[in-house]
Structure formats: C-alpha cells, structure tokens
Design a protein around this ligand. Structure first.
Ligand code: MF3
Ligand code: CO
Ligand code: CO
Length: 223
C-alpha cells in the first residue's frame, strides 16, 4: 500500500478515539502522521509511493486527547528486511529503552542523552543531532529539549516527578548527518544510509518511569 493509504487509515483510527492529530497544521505540516521510508529519518510526508517488501517504515503519531498530547514512533519492516536493517531497528529500539530507564528523579536530561548515544555508537551507528526529544503536554514541543547525544553543556535540567517528556532516538546506519528535501519537510540521511526512529512519551514519577504511549504491538484498542 501507499503511505497515503496508511495516513488515511491513521486518520480514521485517531477519530475513533475522539482524538485529533497533533501534527496536521503544526507549522503548516500537511499530514496526519509522519511516514518515513528507508533513508528518510523523520517528517516523511504521506505520498502515493508504494511500500515494497524489505522497506523499513518509521511511523510517528501524535494525538491530542482532552487537551493533552501523546507522541510516539516506531520503525517496522515491510514483511521483513535484511539482517543489517533489522539490527538498526533493534539497536534504535533498545537505545530508547536505555534512555527511558534514566528518566528518574535525581538524574538529569543529559543522563538520558548519554545512555542513548553510548549504546548507539558502541554499535557503530550514527545518532542524529539536528532533531531532539522534548517535553510534551498541552503543546507538542515543550521544555526541556531531550537530545540523543551529550551536548557537552555545563548544566542540564534535573528530572522531577510529574515531568512528561518524549524520548526519541533517530539513528542512521551510516553517518549521523541529515538534510531536508525540497518538499520542506522530509529529513533524509546525507549518505543515503537507512535510518530508524523510536519514540515514547514518558512520565517521570517518584519511582519507575511510566511509558504513557505503550500499546500492545497489535495495536488492539484498550477497553
Ligand atoms: N512527532 C514529531 C516529534 O516527535 C514532530 C512532528 S512535527 C510535524 O517531535 F510537523 F511533522 F508534525
Ligand atoms: Co513524534
Ligand atoms: Co516527539
């Protein structure tokens, strides 16, 4: 199917929850979701492009419900992919969970950044610098920024119970550099290598971080 068909499906599904896409209209963004294929990193637009066996597809969904936003992404293969591509997906997903594990009081945002970057680079992949995670709540992008690499700054915000942040490593199989296509949105790897993206909206609590965007992989609707 085309990414346009997937975006249409998402639109219906979002409506069925009495929610709204947080993306459409955001700074003029024209689609319900972001659908990024292969060397596309993030902010891929829904098009007539048909997916083929072995492609990897990053699906980023943000919805507003009762005034609050949830933002989540994952990269999947279309019917399976090469072992090299699957390793990229696995490393990126694991880096997200290592980042989430740092989202606890007493830590700082940079502890999340370091956990993600170290794991990604130990696996010889490139972590994207130009786009970062973020606070999320009544607006999609709130303070603090949550980079996936150590910016080397002297200070970093303390994590406190009640904070809600989107942690979202974007990982390239090759070099970390990206560029934006002429459509003004689609971010692609400069070297043409594959890229993956996993994201969760996470609540910092007194104890374990709570993943607010966790759903069963089937996506079955909760009661
Ligand atoms: N969901 C993206 C993020 O994770 C932002 C999408 S911006 C849009 O931060 F304009 F493309 F919708
Ligand atoms: Co997102
Ligand atoms: Co986000």
């Amino acid at each position: 199917m085309s990414t346009r068909q997937i975006d249409n499906f998402a639109a219906e599904r979002i409506r069925s929850y009495d929610a709204k896409s947080a993306f459409i209209g955001y700074r003029g963004y024209p689609c319900q979701t972001c659908l990024s294929v292969n060397d596309e990193v993030v902010h891929g637009l829904a098009t007539e492009r048909e997916l083929k066996f072995g492609d990897i597809l990053s699906i980023d969904v943000g919805v507003v419900h009762k005034g609050f936003i949830g933002d989540t992404a994952r990269t999947i293969s279309v019917g399976g992919c090469s072992l090299a591509a699957q390793r990229l997906l696995d490393v990126t997903e694991q880096s997200l969970y290592l980042g989430i594990a740092q989202a606890r009081p007493g830590n700082r945002v940079v502890d999340i950044s370091i956990a993600v970057q170290q794991y990604v680079e130990a696996n010889h992949f490139g972590v994207v610098r130009e786009f970062v995670g973020h606070g999320v709540g009544r607006s999609m992008h709130e303070e603090p920024q949550v980079p996936n690499f150590d910016e080397g700054k002297k200070s970093s915000p303390k994590l406190k119970p009640g904070m809600t942040i989107a942690i979202e490593p974007m990982v390239n199989a090759g070099r970390p550099e990206v560029k934006i296509l002429k459509d003004g949105w689609t971010v692609v790897t400069q070297d043409g290598s594959l890229s993956a993206h996993f994201e969760h909206t996470v609540l910092v609590t007194d104890g374990e971080p709570e993943i607010l965007t966790w759903v069963k992989p089937s996506g079955s609707k909760p009661e």
